[in-house]
Design a protein around this ligand. Structure first.
Ligand code: ADP
Ligand code: ASP
Ligand code: MG
Length: 439
């Protein structure tokens, strides 16, 4: 079976939603994963933020305007009166729910429930549309099989068992299964999500759990480009990437893929194809174990914002052993992952992107030495194949950014990644200048 995931813009208006059947082979047994309609999750995030701030009237206005948007949406999507009526009831149900949540005490539980409505609406609307054009489909509730544990890690065994049971109930060879991306339940059984952009992760987790032939991520661009197309002109799609290369790019900011979405596919060796809904014939990018066997050198650049750099200076570090372990333990206690690290004999610098416990971490680190923190940093990640016998790439990279101040450098951590930390104010210039120099 193939898994096909369509992102927000791919279902971004009624016509787009209708056109999906030109891409999907409706005679094949497949699982279709849908995101919310473009803009909906952003609106729901805004509504939730207003409710957290107890700005209920403003929230109501936003809810009403989103509700009206969907009333128009379904008018354009359906021609069959009975199905339109069903869709009207559906929209009324979801907006009654959103409104009822905004009356009560508003906690993170209600917030996550609100965020889940976008995917619940888009998948049901598409299911109804397929009914209107007489294509058989089954709606699989993601909340019945997608679950994360207390650390936010997906439970793949549970997913496999639950999903297989659901799929086995339908033997037809030509049935389309539709499910929600992004949403899941957490360890307490509450509605939760896989973080922003999480529908890619849903697709890759499902593909891995059922050992799909291929996971296809359909989006609004013709594959993974060699630099961020939102910032740099003349970027180009890359035909083939290895799992390692794609994972580095996704993790370090290439928005086309959710940061964690490559790992399950890599673990279970399921190829991932990035394809363009607006240009279905374009080749896109194939992400697989082999990648591009002939490729050498620099392949792509990505950037991850919102990074905080922490330096611990201590003369006690000199010739000491166990020092780094004790520093890392502080981050472990606060469940805060470290991205980059560089050391000298008397200092260590590292970066984090989750600052929830920054103050506690700083306090504990103060026991080891002098601590300094730099906010608003960006990791520029250069991905390629840098085997031990390659030379010259570092020089090329530094030539490209020699006019910019550098905070940290990481080389040799893997054969696929060279990372440079800079202040975020220099990000655009760094990406553009590197692009000119490297490609
Ligand atoms: P979807 O809603 O389909 O999930 P996203 O907006 O999450 O789509 O991801 C696609 C977008 O990612 C593209 O429109 C592009 O602007 C952005 N993007 C950032 N970096 C890259 C890259 N290296 N290659 C391709 N797209 C990228
Ligand atoms: N709708 C969710 C978001 O906007 C998930 C996704 O699109 O992948 O983050
Ligand atoms: Mg996305």
């Amino acid at each position: 079976m193939n898994i096909l995931k369509f992102g927000g813009t791919s279902v971004g208006n009624p016509n787009r939603m209708k056109e999906l059947v030109n891409i999907i082979d409706v005679n094949q047994r497949q699982i279709i994963v849908l995101s919310a309609v473009a803009g909906t999750t952003n609106s729901l995030v805004e509504i939730a933020a207003l409710l957290v701030a107890e700005k209920r009237d403003e929230a109501r206005l936003k809810i009403d305007s989103l509700n009206e948007y969907y009333n128009q949406f379904i008018q354009q999507l359906f021609t069959d009166e009975l199905i339109l009526e069903k869709a009207q009831q559906l929209i009324a149900y979801h907006f009654d729910l959103i409104n009822s949540l905004s009356n009560d005490l508003f906690t993170p539980v209600e917030e996550k429930l609100i965020l889940a409505q976008g995917e619940l609406i888009s998948t049901t609307l598409f299911h109804y549309y397929l009914e209107e054009i007489s294509v058989k489909s089954v709606l699989l509730p993601a909340l019945d099989f997608m679950r994360i544990d207390e650390d936010g890690e997906p439970d793949v065994n549970y997913l496999r068992e639950q999903l297989k049971a659901l799929l086995n109930a339908y033997n037809d060879q030509n049935i389309l299964f539709i499910t929600q991306g992004f949403i899941c339940r957490n360890a307490f059984g509450e509605v939760d999500n896989l973080r922003r952009g999480g529908s890619d992760y849903t697709a890759s987790l499902i593909g891995s759990a059922i050992q799909a032939n291929e996971v296809q991520i359909w989006t609004d661009i013709d594959g993974m480009h060699n630099n961020d197309p939102r910032i740099v002109e003349n970027t180009k799609p890359i035909a083939c990437l290895s799992f390692e290369e794609a994972a580095e790019l996704a993790y370090f900011g290439a928005k086309i893929l959710h940061p964690q979405s490559v790992f399950p596919a890599q673990k279970f060796n399921v190829p991932v194809r990035l394809l363009n809904t607006m240009e279905p014939q374009a080749k896109g990018t194939l992400i697989s174990e082999v990648g591009d066997a002939d490729s050498t050198g620099i392949r792509a650049i990505a950037a991850k914002d919102g990074i905080t750099a922490i330096r611990i200076n201590s003369s006690r570090m000199l010739l000491a052993y166990g020092f780094l372990r004790r520093i890392f333990e502080v981050f472990e206690r606060y469940k805060t992952p470290i991205d980059m690290i560089t050391t000298s004999e008397v200092a260590v610098s590292l970066t984090i992107d989750d600052t929830t416990y920054l103050e506690d971490i700083k306090q504990e680190l103060a026991d080891f030495g002098q601590v300094s923190v730099d906010l608003h940093q960006t990791i520029i990640c250069i991905v390629g194949t840098f085997d031990l016998d390659t030379k010259g790439y570092a020089a090329q990279i530094f030539e490209g950014i020699k006019h910019l101040p550098i905070r940290m450098i990481s080389y040799g951590g893997s054969n696929h990644n060279i990372s440079i930390l800079i202040d975020s104010e220099h990000k655009s210039e760094a990406l553009q200048s590197l692009h000119k120099h490297l490609f």
